[in-house]
Design a protein around this ligand. Structure first.
Ligand code: HEM
Length: 200
């Protein structure tokens, strides 16, 4: 089966997917960071993060399904999970497939989060950055609209927003570690003072 509608659907879901995926990543960063207040509690950010993550998965499934159903180009169902095996744009399509595989693992570990060690869940969750980046590069490489002005501006905005969010998280983690070290050091100093004062 083939029709221009399927092609438009594939392109449209791809573009919307990059935007929703970007918002999901940013809200994930905000949900773990300190961007909370009495008027904007953490559970609101976390709820939005989960809702957008679910929407991303639905869009990704629809995007890949339409690519397979549209027979104008030869993409088999298994090529949505096994990367680099297609005759059509093997590299660019393969990057999208790896992004899908990573997303499946992230979703599966998030559903089983309560039964997994926190560190394992967290390390797997970090691969979301890689999935997002691979998805963006896939779109740039394979997209019909990728070099149109609006598409360039949209992609650049998404990249800028995720880079800013990632940097703010890195800075937050580094400052948090420094603060903890200083507090530990202060506590050690105080206990040495108490021992020295007590022995007089
Ligand atoms: C996180 C994963 C993915 C993201 C973020 C993503 C995003 C995108 C974007 C932004 C485009 C460009 C649309 C345009 O400008 O025309 C695109 C195109 C495309 N994607 Fe994906 N995609 C992903 C995964 C996949 C997968 C798994 C498949 C199927 C195996 C796939 C198949 C295609 C195809 C065939 C096109 C070309 C559409 C055209 O002719 O322009 N994508 N994708």
């Amino acid at each position: 089966m083939t029709s221009p509608l399927l092609w438009y659907l594939n392109r449209g879901t791809g573009v919307v997917l990059v935007v929703v995926f970007t918002l999901t990543v940013v809200l994930g960063v905000l949900a773990t960071g300190r961007g909370v207040s009495r008027w904007w509690p953490r559970f609101v950010t976390q709820g939005l993060h989960r809702a957008l993550a679910s929407l991303s998965v639905l869009l990704l499934l629809a995007h890949a399904l339409v690519a397979v159903v549209d027979e104008y180009v030869d993409i088999r169902w298994w090529q949505t999970v096994v990367p680099f095996g297609s005759t059509y744009e093997p590299l660019w399509l393969g990057l999208g497939t790896v992004a899908l595989d990573l997303t499946v693992v992230v979703v599966a570990t998030s559903l089983a989060r309560a039964r997994l060690p926190h560190r394992l869940w967290f390390l797997v969750h970090l691969t979301t950055y890689a999935a997002w980046l691979l998805g963006v590069v896939h779109g740039l490489g394979i997209g019909t609209d990728a070099d149109l002005g609006w598409s360039v501006v949209l992609t650049a905005t998404c990249v800028g927003v995720v880079v800013l969010a990632g940097l703010s998280r890195l800075i937050g983690v580094t400052l948090g570690r420094r603060r903890a070290e200083r507090e530990r050091w202060d506590a050690d100093e105080r206990s040495v003072g108490v021992v020295a004062g007590g022995s007089r």
